[in-house]
Design a protein around this ligand. Sequence first.
Ligand code: HEC
Ligand code: HEC
Length: 495
Amino acid sequence: MTLVTDRTAAFKSSRFRVISGALLVLAIVGGVFAYNHFFRTEPAPFFASDEDHFLFGSIGTEETDGIPYWIWLVLPRIFPEYLPAPGGYASLGVLSKDGHEMPVGFSKVTIGFERVGINCAICHAASYRLRPDDPPTVVAAAASHQMAPQQYVRFLFACASDPRFSADTIMAEIAKNYRLPLTERLLYRFAIIPGTRRAILRLKNQDAWMNDRPDWGRGRIDPFNPVKFGRLAQQVDATIGNSDMQPVWNLNAHAGGVFHWDGLNTNLQEVVLSSAIGDGANNKWVDRDFSRWNETDPRRMSSLRRIQNFIGAAKPPKYPLPIDATLAAAGATVFQGECASCHAFGGARTGALIPLEEIGTDRHRLDMWTPASAAAYNAYGEGHAWKFSRFRSTKGYASVPLDGIWLRAPYLHNGSVPSLGDLLKPAASRPTGFWRGYDVFDPISVGFVTAGREAERAGTWFDTTRPGNSNAGHAYGTMLPADKKRELIEYLRTF
Ligand code: HEC
Ligand code: HEC
């Protein structure tokens, strides 16, 4: 009672009124300022073509996991020693296309301030060259064999762990490029830089589990353990889920089949939505995006739906060199006899899960995804319109269609076999180590060049004796005579 009276009395004093009025104005201005500078979301940039949307568009990863644009831009200049080679992010296998500000696989969206997120194309776009001095050809929806996602996050961890990740150093580097308005300068100095550093160090801590497992290397990632230990809050276990990127073209033709190397889901929509979640889109963003799932105007439709449309229809690129038609025709017969049952569209076991005991390839990726993980992902979206129900744990690897197989090296789910020529050798004769990540095409074996100075400079070493990296199994065709193998490989170029 007395308190209220005292307050009323105080309020009546005009001096107090002036002060509180000023405070109120300040609070409103401060609120608007904070809102504008931290949260006001501008529409994500629009890309007229579905392909550009796939390569550069937003999948909602900027809000929670995004990196403030100016920090992201200057880090490679401040810390080149934490990158594998000169050249900034390109040294990690990040691709770019003329006429686009951002590299392939990176989106830029303003949520208060400009933030950079990743999208599907960081792992699902590849480059190849026919000769070392050609410019790279960038292929959307291909399996990236050149990008090093683990080195990218480790680069960020190393930067944030360095005392030079400070307002002074970063602001000085930004100032060399651009004069930020005063408010932004203050914001960067006192809030964004320290906040980003803390966030990256938190992530470094969260991802510590990956340090005592074999490195992913170029073109590979452990895609589901981060989801298990992060979003699904499962206990950190000892599994190794390292797997090769998959292409995401022509997926309408795979409909009714299985998705992911072990067929852990059978529904493309769920795979697309869960991929965005796995990459850092938060549930609120997914709710918003999903509410526009059935819009058809590209300017208003769901970003993920547009991506699903694109990867459903995108065609793999044609083999870029001449093919010997007679040899290929002979190879078609070999394929029919040895491979078609599992790999031709409509084959009796195409899209089936071939039990581990039968296929004989490395088992780690399979053991990583347990029934408990599948159940947890199916329960994860409880209360959301997009809730999942098709996750499952399986006991085999999927026999996938081989469309665009010439551009899918290295082969098998763990990327352990560098070329088609090597896949047709008995496991004991396949290379036990090779450089992967170099994008010059090897037209003889059908794969990428895996040795030599340039391959070493651009690549990471793949050691098939490390856990998760076995190149054993898939013995099909390995006993064919050499001429039959040549015919078969010629035919596979036509896919
Ligand atoms: C950080 C890398 C990365 C990003 C980003 C990524 N993926 Fe993937 N994706 C993979 C890997 C690796 C696999 C194979 C995983 C496995 O089964 O072990 C895969 C598999 C898939 C498959 C299954 C393909 C098939 O034939 O079965 C689809 C579909 C897919 N991704 C779609 C997407 C979409 C859509 C996005 C963006 C919303 C996305 N991915 C983002 C790495 C990535
Ligand atoms: C019994 C079914 C079966 C037969 C027969 C079969 N494969 Fe496979 N193939 C698979 C499975 C399952 C995988 C995935 C295995 C893994 O990654 O661990 C696979 C993977 C592959 C891959 C790698 C795909 C990629 O994107 O990395 C190629 C290439 C391939 N097979 C070619 C062939 C050829 C050529 C033949 C015939 C000589 C053949 N396969 C016969 C089941 C089969």
